[in-house]
Design a binder for this molecule. Structure first.
Ligand code: FAD
Length: 240
């Protein structure tokens, strides 16, 4: 189909040295990093890269981060990283990495949790689980804005909303702990009513977040009668 962005699936690239060209503070504990890649290749929305840190003594730590940007942004990718205070890699990005720095990176990976533009989609994200969903949302806006896509996004508090300026009419937010002072929308965990009101797309359902979040969201979606084959999940870490 002409309208779909032609993103071929290739073998992921080798390790390469990317350059951080911009650092954006999204929330008090989340930053986005725009990274220029010398061996860039188009990704599918939903795919991730691996980042590798090497200490002076040779010790290495490697973690996966979803691409937040559209593959139409040639030559660069955006990664959005939630800081875990007791973590190895995420605090390094938050405390050490600044514009102009170089990072070792490899990707894009994954062929399952990807949206190829083939169908409408319901996106359900918890916390930083919104990152790969944002790649889908951004890409859909730029390539096929008429295709139905809804995002249900659960955050803890007003200050935790990532990509706040970009959330449009397709997004339903719910605050599980502290909503903004003047908030009249949803509060509490995602429930069946919230999923129904977002409109169960006649297409794919993508769910991303912690294990616990993914499990309960998938249970709700399946209880609505969605075929399990239409549901794709990505888990970012231990339950929480
Ligand atoms: C496919 C994939 C895509 C991912 N995309 C993103 C992304 O876009 N943005 C992002 O911020 N993270 C993402 N993650 C999570 C990321 O890979 C790391 O696990 C995370 O940044 C923690 O790494 P760390 O080295 O800081 O902490 P670690 O040193 O690995 O862990 C520190 C402590 O935190 C716990 N922990 C680890 N991960 C989590 C978590 N996600 N939530 C709560 N506790 C945790 C560990 O059990 C440990 O106790 C993704 C993971 C996968 C598998």
């Amino acid at each position: 189909m002409e309208r779909l962005t032609p993103v071929e699936q290739k073998a992921p690239g080798a390790w390469q040295i990317g350059t951080v060209t911009r650092v954006k503070e999204e929330t008090p504990r989340v930053k986005s990093f725009l990274i220029e890649l010398p061996m860039w290749m188009a990704h599918l929305p939903g795919q991730h890269y691996d980042v590798r840190l090497t200490a002076p003594d040779g010790y290495q730590a490697q973690r996966s981060y979803s691409v937040a940007s559209s593959p139409l942004d040639e030559g660069e990718i955006e990664l959005t990283i939630d800081r875990l205070d007791d973590g190895e890699v995420s605090p390094y990005f938050h405390e050490v990495v600044v514009e102009g720095d170089q990072v070792e990176i490899r990707g894009p990976f994954a062929s399952y949790f990807v949206w190829r533009g083939e169908s409408p989609a319901l996106l359900i994200g918890g916390g930083s689980g919104v990152v790969p969903l944002m790649a889908m949302l951004r890409h859909r806006r730029r390539t096929m804005p008429e295709l139905p896509m809804a995002l249900v996004y659960s955050v803890r508090a007003a200050e935790d909303v990532i990509y706040e300026d970009e959330l449009g009419e397709e997004t339903t937010l719910t605050f599980t702990r502290e909503p903004p002072a003047d908030w009249t929308g949803h509060t509490g965990r995602i429930d069946a009513e919230l999923i129904r009101s977002a409109g169960l797309a006649d297409g794919m359902v993508f769910v991303c977040g912690t294990n616990g979040f993914v499990e309960s969201a998938v249970e709700l979606v399946l209880a609505e009668g969605v075929n399990p084959r239409q549901v794709r999940t990505e888990r970012f870490g231990p339950s929480g």
